[in-house]
Structures are given as C-alpha cells and as structure tokens.
Design a protein. Structure first.
Length: 219
C-alpha cells in the first residue's frame, strides 16, 4: 500500500482541490491497482476542514498539537501501521500532479525530494519579488530544495532514519538530513510535480510561506 500524508490546520479554502488532486494521483493506471490510502491529519482545526475531509473517501486523524512535525509523525505512524510501503507527503494548500506518485516511485530511490510550482501569486508579491524567486529557485534535476509538500520516502528508510520529529517547522528538512546520515539514496528531482500557494497566512512559522514573505520584503 502507498500512503499519502497531508497535515492540515484550518485549511477549508484549499482542501477540496488538494484532495481531488490526491485522489487522481492515487488512481493512476501505472500504479497497477496498488491500494493508495490518503490520510489527512487535522491539527487543531476550528473551521470546516473536518467536514470537508469527511466528504471524501480518505482517512482522517484529529489531534490538538498545533505542531506540523507532530502531525506528520503521528500520520506517518498510522500509515505504517496500516501497511504502507511508501509514504508521500504533501500539504493541504497544494495540488499534486496526476502522475505524482508514479514519478516518485519511478525514481527507484529510498526517498524523493521534489520541487514546487507557485500558483496565483498574492498581490503583495510584485513583479520584482517574483523575478527574485525564479532567479534563486532551481526547478530542475539535482536541485537541493526540501518541501514537505513534495516529499516521498520508503517505509524502511523512514523507520531507519527515526521518522519525523515534533518540530514546529523544518520537520521535513530534519528528516532528509537524518536520511542522509543513514546513507539512504535520495533523488533530488523535478519530475514529481506539485503546485502550491503563495499565501501570506502561512501555517508554520519559518516555513515556505515565511520564506516568500521575507522575499517580498527584500529590497
């Protein structure tokens, strides 16, 4: 079984698109019918997120941690207990490509770090900010970006590395560093595609949204 792990904290505006995309990815014909289970970890949600998730054929886990690292760790543990051989991580404000899982698994590695494409730039991000972003971002093979919105890892490598740590941000970076220390094979690839938002109300302090905000404030 392949598991898709999506943490969510008050994501009612994004979850429909996110889950529709994940379900399409899980139904790709090149997966040859292998079961795909999608788990949304609802962390301290006070909006309609839980109701939206309940309308889809996915799993839900409700916690009250307000901690994305803990949300990913608990979600990964549940997927492992349900028999996942591979865990693909994304975010609730992102949409994975239809061949996302196929692209990750096709690389034949212990883990895959993919890139993200920003969609619908917020009005606060002027043209100069967008130019700076595209100048610095390596949307290519061999990049060195780490995104929780586009990360895949085999069950064996995940367990060997010790799993996600309960960090308020950079839990994805920490896991990849642990995988490197364990000698895991890692693909830094542009093949698995994910579209993500450029929103300013980012959920994790120090995460991708804060990076974009800092970029917008840079003269």
């Amino acid at each position: 079984m392949i598991g898709i792990l999506i943490p969510a904290h008050n994501e009612e505006d994004w979850l429909d698109d996110c889950l529709c995309a994940a379900l399409r990815a899980g139904d790709h014909p090149l997966l040859a019918g292998e079961p795909v289970e999608i788990l949304v970890v609802l962390d301290s949600c006070t909006d309609r997120s839980a109701h939206i998730v309940s309308q889809y054929p996915v799993l839900a886990l409700s916690i009250d941690a307000r901690n994305v690292g803990q949300a990913r760790a608990l979600g990964a543990q549940q997927l492992l207990e349900r028999g996942a051989r591979w865990i693909s991580c994304s975010d609730a404000d992102s949409r994975v490509a239809e061949d996302w899982l196929v692209a990750q698994l096709g690389l034949g590695m212990d883990a895959v770090c993919g890139t993200v494409t920003v969609e619908r730039w917020h009005e606060s991000f002027d043209e100069a900010t967008q130019i700076r972003y595209h100048r610095d971002y390596q949307a290519c093979e061999g990049h060195r970006h780490i995104h929780g919105a586009n990360l895949g890892v085999s069950a064996q490598a995940y367990v060997r590395a010790g799993g996600f740590e309960p960090l308020p941000c950079d839990e994805d970076v920490q896991l990849v560093r642990q995988l490197e220390r364990c000698g895991a094979s890692i693909a830094w690839s542009h093949r698995p595609q994910v579209i993500t938002s450029a929103r300013l109300d980012s959920r994790a302090r120090g995460g991708f949204g804060d990076y974009l905000r800092h970029l917008a404030q840079t003269e």
